[in-house]
Design a binder for this molecule. Structure first.
Ligand code: AQP
Length: 333
């Protein structure tokens, strides 16, 4: 049985090392396996759950497609499209929002984090975001969803929605209950300025993240300025656990070198951060520089990027419109 893979990335600019290591690198790996049918979506409907500048949104959509391709996703093997161009997503989201329960959504920690103290002023879209995410996934009978650790709770909600719909309408397996694909280690990359906060596109400080469009000097400078403690690097995982900034940097190193955490600890135990940071900079530059150069080149060819989206939309629409038609029949429209 072929695995049906679906995942999305918001075109909110500043795609970073966290998005790459938590999600996009895994997309590339899945794209390269001929046993998989992959769909990678630029989730622009999700992006407008917080205010966006329309001109920037358009260019961020292009940047996200360019990042997918520059990282190694082949648009001939995988479907790449933007969500707003396939109307079944919005339609299915409404129907599924009549299946999802308020109590389930009230538990979503990402809404609490993003809405902050002023929940009353958050958009309804930000609150119901996970229902749209469920629609995205379920429309394509996706069996597996590669995401970073921060999306785990939303995926559990998607599974609950699929099961409740199947039960309510008494149709076994109409919606496939998808499995998360979350890497065991290094699935949450943290801010370079605070090892307890996730690396994020919307963080104001540029020094908190390594953008995939950063040049070599920017990367080296950001790693040099990354927060650390004053002790030498630890020699055990127990000690590392208590030092979030060191854990994050060692985690990034391990992820990029395909090493276990233990191997990286053994390599740098007792060394000072300046020596380690030099090695880390080399590894990050080595991985990100070719991607950064390709992104810039692809962004000069908007016609090519638009063609990828147009072709992808046609393929995605063909699948999604069949599914939404069946959903209409099931609910009695
Ligand atoms: N820090 C992270 N570590 C590991 N994985 C991450 N992802 C995001 N941040 C990290 C994963 O990247 C994929 C795309 O994320 P997204 O852009 O759709 O949404 P997000 O999780 O809201 O990303 P950000 O950077 O935190 O954006 P803002 O600041 O706009 O909210 C997802 O698979 C996600 O898990």
């Amino acid at each position: 049985m072929k695995k049906k893979i679906f995942s999305g990335v918001q075109p909110t600019g500043n795609l970073h090392l966290g998005n790459y290591l938590g999600a996009i690198k895994n997309f590339v790996y899945l794209n390269n396996d001929t046993q998989n049918e992959c769909i990678f979506c630029v989730v622009d409907l999700h992006a407008i759950t917080v205010s966006q500048n329309p001109k920037e949104l358009k260019s961020n959509i292009h940047e996200t497609v360019a990042t997918f391709v520059a990282s190694g996703i082949d648009p001939k093997k995988s479907i790449i499209f933007n969500q707003s161009q396939v109307s079944a997503h919005s339609e299915a989201a409404w129907i599924l929002s009549c299946v999802a329960r308020m109590g389930w959504l009230n538990r979503m920690t990402q809404f609490k984090e993003k809405a902050g103290k002023d929940k009353e002023k958050a958009s309804i879209g930000l609150y119901s975001y996970p229902v749209l995410m469920a629609a995205d996934i379920l429309l394509y009978d996706s069996t597996h969803v590669p995401v970073g650790d921060d999306q785990k709770q939303h995926l559990e909600l998607c599974r609950d929605i699929a099961q409740k719909f199947n039960n309510d309408y008494k149709i076994d397996n109409f919606f496939i209950v998808p499995e998360p694909l979350i890497k065991k280690e290094f699935s949450r990359i943290m801010s370079l300025k605070d090892g307890l906060k996730k690396m994020s596109k919307s963080e104001v400080s540029e020094l908190s993240r390594i953008n995939l469009t950063d040049d070599n000097d920017q990367i080296i400078n950001k790693i040099k300025k990354a927060k650390t403690d004053t002790l030498p690097l630890p020699s055990t995982t127990e000690e590392l656990e208590k030092r979030p900034e060191a854990k994050n940097l060692i985690g990034i190193y391990s992820s990029l070198t395909n090493n276990t955490l233990q191997k990286s600890i053994d390599k740098f135990a007792g060394k000072n951060f300046s020596e380690f940071k030099e090695k880390l900079s080399d590894i990050v530059v080595n991985e990100i520089n070719p991607i950064s150069l390709k992104i810039k080149k692809l962004l000069d060819d908007k016609v090519f990027l638009e063609k990828i989206l147009k072709d992808g939309c046609e393929k995605a629409d063909e699948i999604a419109s069949k599914k939404i038609k069946k959903i209409h029949e099931i609910v009695g429209f």
